[in-house]
Design a protein around this ligand. Structure first.
Ligand SMILES: [Zn+2]
Length: 434
């Protein structure tokens, strides 16, 4: 297809011929016979956005799950009310997501039974690593004797006994492409070959349009109560021996420190990644730069959960949360992701969060970590395999583009998903606002 009068981020206005790859970028290209033409009218054309860390199946499930965390549900009464009114899905389960302990403390089976004793209920904690089931739900997965109904991702076995739900990937795809997303990297832990194949089949059939990449298998989730430098070092060395880079999830300062020590001992691979780096002190920032590690982080959590951080985390550590500007200044390669469905899946909201760092209550968290709109946008333009290296609208780059409705200056001033006029994957329009 031919895109005419496209203004690039460098303010040059060009025509772009795009198929699987970008074939031509020049002034005044003539349409070929039968070629479809999109007139951008001087508005911005960007490389398609890539969300570098998401959970596709969970995000599709979350589309029709109840939200039982802030800001929608904030108190024990609201939780009980929401659960008691819930309508179960086709498989009989009530699924709820986004729970946070600020609502009703450490939720357990008894608390859920009090609100909903009659049908199976599963509540996913906002961290994504913990589920709480009521008694009917526990019986359904063969764990009627479980003491409190609090099940962890790492407690294998129970999840397999849950019927896998048919999730609405097409609706998720529609929502993603409407924000200009042309690719995602699925970072789900323990994704097996069947999961990957089923997602790739959905992509091939056109049910899920964005390109799909997977972090698996060189991926590790850490838990603070299981931090073991020697075993992490051995695991990293083993992955590297097999030619695989690693992606280590670090959400606490301790996890980051141990991971850095393990990478020091095992050596680093140029494509190694740290996921989140939610808390990083200055020493860790310098170490990450020295090791050449890419950080894939989520400033959207400042905009989504910032007030909770301000309340729960000591003031001295606020400057260490979800850093961006200081990582870039130290020469660490950085890319953004939304971590949907644990973060809201709007990349433009994540960009605004990186620019303003405003919490829901209006406070600013980590003003020194603010970046420019242009930098924030670039953080979603990385190559899937090299998130810290931005793609550009140039011959030979993938034919994945995001066409906006406004010129670059207005786009950077607004950073809003509503500006997305068309999304193109491999030279095919997969979303059009018209
Ligand atoms: Zn994640």
């Amino acid at each position: 297809m031919l895109i005419q009068r496209a203004t690039l981020l460098d303010h040059t206005t060009v025509d772009i011929r795009v198929g699987a790859w970008i074939e031509q970028v020049a002034e005044n290209l003539a349409a070929e016979r039968g070629e479809s033409v999109l007139d951008a009218g001087g508005a911005t054309v960007l490389p398609g956005l890539h969300d570098h860390h998401v959970h596709v199946r969970s995000a599709a499930s979350a589309l029709d799950s109840l939200l039982v965390g802030p800001p929608e549900v904030c108190t024990k009464d609201q939780l009980a009310q929401t659960l008691s009114k819930a309508v179960p899905g086709a498989d009989g389960w009530v699924r709820a997501v986004g729970y946070h302990d600020s609502v009703a403390g450490e939720l357990d089976r008894a608390a859920l039974d009090a609100a909903r004793p009659d049908i199976p209920v599963r509540v996913q904690h906002r961290s994504g690593a913990l589920w709480i089931l009521n008694s009917v739900g526990l019986a359904r997965v063969g764990m009627a004797e479980h003491p409190d109904g609090r099940l962890r991702t790492t407690d294998r076995g129970w999840a397999e006994r849950l019927q896998r739900r048919v999730t609405n990937l097409a609706e998720l795809s529609r929502r993603l492409t409407a924000t200009g997303i042309t690719g995602v990297t699925d970072a789900t832990p323990d994704l097996d070959a069947d999961d990957m194949v089923s997602l790739l089949v959905a992509h091939r059939r056109g049910e899920f349009r964005p390109r799909l990449g997977f972090l698996s298998p060189g991926k590790k989730i850490l838990r603070d109560d299981h931090l073991d430098l020697d075993s992490l070092t051995a695991w990293i060395a083993d992955q590297h021996r097999g030619g695989r880079p690693v992606a280590v999830h670090c959400v606490t300062a301790a996890q980051l420190v141990v991971t850095i020590a393990a990478l020091r001992a095992a050596g680093s691979h140029p494509a190694d990644r740290i996921e989140h780096a939610a808390v990083a002190d200055d020493g860790s920032v310098a170490e990450l730069a020295d090791l050449g590690i890419t950080v894939v982080t989520q400033p959207n959590f400042v905009a989504e959960r910032g007030d909770q951080y301000l309340a729960d985390i000591p003031g001295a550590e606020h400057a260490q949360l979800w850093r961006v500007a200081s990582l870039l200044k130290a020469d660490v390669a950085v890319a953004f992701s939304t971590d949907m469905p644990f973060g809201r899946g709007d990349p433009w909201a994540a960009m605004r969060a990186a620019v303003h760092r405003t919490t829901p209550g209006g406070a600013v968290l980590g003003a020194d970590e603010c970046v420019s709109a242009r930098t924030a946008l670039t953080m979603f333009l990385g190559h899937p395999d090299q998130p810290g290296r931005a793609r550009s609208v140039e011959i030979g780059q993938p034919g994945d583009l995001c066409v906006l409705s406004v010129p670059p200056a207005a786009a950077l001033a607004e950073l809003d998903a509503a500006m997305v006029a068309a999304t193109i994957v491999g030279g095919e329009v997969v979303h059009s606002a018209k």
